[in-house]
Design a protein around this ligand. Structure first.
Ligand SMILES: Nc1ncnc2c1ncn2[C@@H]1O[C@H](COP(=O)(O)OP(=O)(O)OP(=O)(O)O)[C@@H](O)[C@H]1O
Ligand SMILES: [Mg+2]
Length: 141
């Protein structure tokens, strides 16, 4: 397990870039944490580290569900709005998991049984009242 701490949005993006450099070409990464914990922010760093996208071009897939970068080298998925395994099944995630791609998934822990056993889990915990911009980030692979 690796433990990190960041103190701003920019630091979390930088951390994402560093994590990107350590990821295998093929990986499923669950981004876990409450609303506003910084999952999408970390994804901005990871995706900009892996693809031609700039952090500000990486937007939340909350409504679009899946965003694809660099012709399928990187995927960013958000399952927040889905409620049932049946809804998730319509997305065709298995096909994406079979590719040589890094697949980042927000709210994937809602459907653990649909996630591959071999995966990386990054958990972000939000700050507190005296340190609202502090985030503790653990990486388990
Ligand atoms: N250290 C930090 N790291 C990341 N974000 C931070 C930090 N400090 C403050 N923030 C703020 O917290 C918010 C994180 O939002 P973000 O969309 O990344 O969260 P999320 O976990 O993806 O939420 P959701 O569950 O709604 O998708 C942003 O507004 C960001 O500016
Ligand atoms: Mg998000």
């Amino acid at each position: 397990m690796k433990l990190f701490e960041t103190r701003s949005e920019d630091e979390t993006i930088d951390l994402g870039r560093r994590i990107a450099g350590e990821l295998p070409r093929r990986a499923v990464v669950l981004l876990i944490g409450n609303l506003g914990a910084g999952k999408t922010t970390l994804a901005k760093g990871i995706i900009s580290g892996l693809s031609a996208a700039e952090p500000q071009e990486v937007t939340s897939p909350t409504f679009t569900l899946i965003h694809e970068y660099d012709g399928g080298r990187v995927f960013h998925v958000d399952l927040y709005r889905l409620d049932t395994a049946q809804q998730v099944a319509t997305l065709g995630l298995e096909e994406i998991f079979d590719r040589e791609a890094v697949v980042l998934i927000e709210w994937g822990e809602k459907f653990r049984e649909l996630m591959p056993a071999q995966r990386i889990e990054i958990t972000l915990s939000a700050g507190n009242a005296s340190n609202p911009e502090k985030r503790q980030i653990t990486l388990l692979s």
